[in-house]
Design a binder for this molecule. Structure first.
Ligand code: ADP
Ligand code: MG
Length: 481
């Protein structure tokens, strides 16, 4: 039987406000446990929540970025359940009227085509505290610092058909919230969390299969692995006569498996009702229009612009617009080098590789965009070859100065003086009479390969500095005599 995978993601993005969604307590990460939870976060009697306007603005920014309908009137609701890290006994969330309605994003598939993924809704809610099971033997610690931290829960349509598509979608949302500056995207610290709803159905069947929800996926790699495991588990289960039950499963990265955590609650178990302590949020069109007008250029637009104005391939444009800082860096290299394609290669391959090796952010790069642009310009105007340029780049990385200085002080300038190149070519031909003879009597189809030997010798003698095109041309004309 052929099976089709169906995936929908629920993403919790922690909004980068300074204070909590309904109180003035700080949201800074890493403080001593229970030092950043105030009476409102703890749900003590006699206090009332006050909505943080910044969280509303951030949610609207997100809605605008995915071209969603913005709810002009959204309502906070109480989601009732007991959990030790939820002292109020309910979580304030949005249920029937979310602040962001239907929208969509575009993902790039491996074959280069793109696909639209629907975003059902995005709503504001508060985070709960954290239970600490490992620090206390036989006991559980509760840290309420996170209680009341603003979250934007972004719910997708079940539009994804593979783990790879799910990762591409999650990365796209991650990219969007970072472009907007509304979430730091730190997955280790839990600022960006993905839950994956996974089901399978026989290929061609319309009706959706029963889903399991996977939790605890704190990296894109784990997201992909957990989904693939879960799909396999469900198919094995069904094919051996079993049935998938709707449940929440926890991914264990150490064992690389998912295991059942609890059977899934239905919405009516939560007894949602509008929170009597909070007024509905009413937005006017002018407020929304101002936010839309103020949006930065978003990834899709930037990517398409890079393809059109710089002639980049879709995957290259995707890679270079992954983050705003990288895209800005690239554009500065283009501006100072005048060659968009060469600039793309140097930013992605040489610079990207060097940054990766040391795990460094583009903002901390020891080679600034203008310097890299200068290096690329020297390749473009034939001052140095691409190969020599790698040497120059290493020296720049090590802090030896800018490209021109290094080329000068190390005597790396390419030899373009045809007289000088011809002397070396002649030297090589005279030193290898047998090879010359072999070349001249060889079949024409074999000659290009044989030419490589002579090119190599000339480049070696000139310490890589002879202009490769000139070397080629000269050798060809001399060997055909
Ligand atoms: P709940 O509120 O119980 O979490 P929702 O209906 O809000 O359930 O759906 C949550 C997520 O699960 C959404 O992203 C949705 O696209 C996805 N989803 C729903 N049904 C399925 C299914 N059968 N297979 C895969 N994903 C699904
Ligand atoms: Mg849900």
């Amino acid at each position: 039987m052929q099976w089709e995978t169906v995936i929908g993601l629920e993403i919790h993005a922690q909004l980068a406000t300074k204070s909590k969604i309904f109180s003035g307590a700080s949201t800074a990460f890493g403080a001593e446990p229970n030092t950043q939870a105030c009476a409102v976060d703890l749900g003590l009697p006699g206090v009332l929540p006050v909505l943080n306007g910044e969280a509303v603005t951030m949610a609207v920014k997100f809605g605008a970025a995915i071209e969603a309908e913005i709810g002009l009137r959204s309502v906070f609701a109480r989601k009732n359940y007991f959990y030790p890290d939820l002292p109020k006994g309910y979580q304030i969330s949005q249920y029937e009227s979310p602040i962001v309605g239907m929208g969509q994003v575009e993902i790039l598939l491996e074959d280069g085509s793109s696909k639209r993924i629907g975003v059902t809704r995005a709503h504001l809610e508060e985070d709960a505290g954290k239970s600490l099971h490992e620090d206390f033997h036989g006991q559980t610690g509760i840290d309420l610092n996170r209680a009341g931290t603003p979250l934007l829960e972004i719910v997708s349509e079940p539009d994804m058909r593979s783990a790879k598509e799910a990762v591409a979608y999650a990365r796209r949302i991650h990219q969007i919230v970072r472009y907007l500056g509304i979430c730091d995207g730190n997955m280790q610290e839990g600022s960006f969390r993905c839950d994956a709803n996974v089901s399978v159905r026989p290929m061609g069947q319309e009706e959706l299969g029963t889903r399991a929800e996977l939790k605890n996926l704190n990296s894109f790699r784990f997201l992909e692995r957990a989904i693939n495991h879960e799909v396999e588990r469900q198919i094995d289960l069904i094919e051996s006569g079993g049935k998938v039950v709707q449940e929440t499963r926890l991914y264990d990265a150490n064992k690389d498996e998912t295991r059942s955590m609890r059977s899934k609650e239905e919405a009516n178990d939560y007894r949602y009702f509008p929170d009597p302590d909070l007024l509905p949020v009413e937005l006017d069109e002018a407020f929304i229009a101002a936010i839309i007008a103020d949006l930065p250029e978003m990834p899709d637009t930037k990517r398409h612009r890079f393809i059109v104005s710089y002639g980049l391939s879709a995957p290259d444009a995707e890679a270079l617009t992954a983050g705003r800082a990288l895209a800005d860096y690239y554009e500065a290299v283009v501006a100072s080098s005048g060659d968009a394609k060469l600039a793309a290669n140097w930013v992605m391959v040489e610079l990207g590789g060097a940054l990766n090796r040391v795990g460094m952010d583009i903002l901390d790069s020891p080679v600034k965009a203008e310097s890299l642009g200068n290096l690329v310009a020297r390749i473009k105007d034939d001052s140095i070859s691409g190969k020599i340029a790698k040497q120059v780049f290493e020296a720049m990385w090590a802090g030896e100065g800018d490209a021109d200085t290094i080329i000068e002080s190390r005597g790396l300038k390419q030899i373009t003086d045809s007289g000088a190149i011809e002397a070396v070519v002649d030297e090589v031909l005279t030193a290898n009479p047998q090879q010359v003879e072999n070349y001249r009597t060889a079949d024409a189809t074999k000659q290009p390969k044989m030419l490589g030997f002579f090119v190599g010798q000339v480049m070696k003698k000139s310490q890589g500095k002879a202009n490769p095109q000139q070397v080629n041309d000269l050798l060809l004309s001399k060997l055909s005599l």
